[in-house]
Design a protein around this ligand. Sequence first.
Ligand code: AHR
Length: 587
Amino acid sequence: MTEEINYSYDGGLYAELVRNRTFGPRRRDVPYWVLAEYGDAQAAIEPDPHTGPSQDLNYSLKLMVTRANPQNQAGVLNSGFWGIPVRSNTTYKGSFYAKTDSAAIGPVTIRLLTDADDRVLASATVSGLTSEWKQYQFSLKTDAIRESSTNHLVVTVGQPATLWLSLVSLFPPTYRNRENGNRTDIMQKLAAMHPAFLRFPGGNYLEGEHIPDRFNWKKTIGPLVDRPTHASPWRYTSSDGMGLLEFLEWCEDLNMQPVLAVYAGYSLAQDHVNPGPDLEPYVQDALEEIEYVTGGADTKWGAERAKDGHPQPYKLTYVEVGNEDQFDRSGSYDGRYEQFYKAIKAKYPELQIIATTPVKSVRPDVIDDHYYRRATDFFHDTTHYDKTDRSGPKIFVGEWATREGSPTPNFGAALGDAAWMTGMERNSDIIVMSCYAPLFVNVNPGGMQWESDLIGYDAMHSYGSPSYYAQMMFSTHVGEETLGSELENGTPKLFYSVTRDSKNRRVFVKLVNAESQPQTIEVKFPGANLAKSGKVVMLSARGTQATNTIDAPETIVPKETTLRNVSDDFHYTAPAYSIQVLELTEP
Ligand code: AHR
């Protein structure tokens, strides 16, 4: 599950290196940019609310240079998202929009400099600026250097003149070399989890604080210059570089299906739209969004997607109407859901429509349940779905996590997660999907709004929490059948589930020992024919507070060993504080 929170995209997965590339908001100060004067150059900067490169970016940064020459330049400096990571022998692709009041301004110089001593790591120039707004491209190429993120970007000129700038952008190589793409290290971590789907764009980010701050998908597609940016409910502005199509491309790159949440007429500050005619435009908007995702290039919005660079439609099975609408105190969700449900089913009968809370007006296909808890709460509730009515809607556990550990969960949290996952897995006849949330956190000071997030990073490095590895162990040993099983005389904090992958003739026994003592169990498969030797994948720690960090990223990682003497009745000892998958083979 993903949304713009904790600098998940800007300063996170989305590989853009320039912070506040559009110089918003239009007030006196321009955050993350400062004036740069070298030698005896003199200049001033201010936001200009009167001119910009497009209707959506109709403001810019004005740089007024009163004294400068090619050796003593003046301009602006950006320090990125907690630094700009610069690596050896790498080409960075950049661009900006600009205009000038004087053709004599000469070339614009773009440089990556070290923070410590202004050493030039890479440099490029762009010439030919005019009095009209135009986009300019450049590349910055590094040689063999000491890699670090304590660097900044400067854009300068060497003649007195006025320069207006907008959308200054710089990208490193991205995952699969996508233009406007994603950070490779984080994508690789996600790929290793083998995710089946991605729930987006929220979460609260879908809803926004007020209705105008919602995830308004039409304002997130097409050229970046036509994306106005918007306020995220997590207290910073989203560049919207990660727009609807980028979410879909992200799904494509990791072979995931989108689980698309559509805005349903409720925002966090209790703004709501009444069902009926007032809601109709929002319903239409959702239908058009679904067409943008799934429609052929011969449909209006499918054609728009093709124009944006993706002629092939995306496969979509689930659409979620809203997010956590139990918090809408007006009680309007029943009516809102019904209106969306009927309109979507009429046009797309094959779609499964998720409700965010139970409703009476129609029978939802799926209900989305959320759980943020302490490990103990999960330990006590692993049987939560054992007795759920199988004739009711299916269940989507669309947000859940053990919230212990900051910024990322510790091993105690991973035990809570794994225990809870055994319960979900045993009930996977009714739980059609589940997804951990939130996925990401930028661990720099001020980067986190929500504690206990699966994957942490700074500008240069990323790491998986113990919970990340627990997820990975479960998601890479899924099976497609839950075997009937029983645990006799178990201790209170021993949890399990048993599944079979019949195609690959494997049985997976997942065991979670959250006790501080080892536990020996007798594993019985009456009459089964199992190979004598199997495999154990184990994640364990000496204590619940043990964890991974940005500086010690691999303290707790899964280890694989051989399991010997497997039979239809064998003993296995689960160490104290351990999560393990026993992989047994049916020859
Ligand atoms: O995951 C963080 C937030 O928790 C989500 O935005 C919201 O849906 C939930 O309350």
